[in-house]
Write a protein of this length. Structure first.
Length: 78
């Protein structure tokens, strides 16, 4: 995000656009369910926190969990 904003404010709109499009799958995964469920799930997959949630949070649907896991994998984060 920093590099994208920096490129834009320095007038390099093409680079900012390229970075935005590269980040789009991660942004879509991060907002596939009500926040902060996807963020907590992805942080858990990255071993940054445990996977337990307390009400009113619930675990994501299997479809969305797989989307988050696949997205992290495809971006070299897992």
């Amino acid at each position: 995000m920093h590099l994208m904003c920096k490129a834009y404010f320095e007038g390099d709109v093409n680079e900012a656009r390229r970075l935005q499009l590269a980040l789009l799958p991660l942004q879509q995964a991060a907002f596939c369910e009500v926040n902060p469920i996807p963020i907590k799930t992805m942080m858990s997959l990255l071993k940054l926190c445990d996977s337990e949630v307390r009400l009113p949070l619930v675990k994501p649907s299997l479809e969305h969990f797989e989307l988050m896991e696949t997205t992290l994998r495809e971006n070299g984060m897992l």
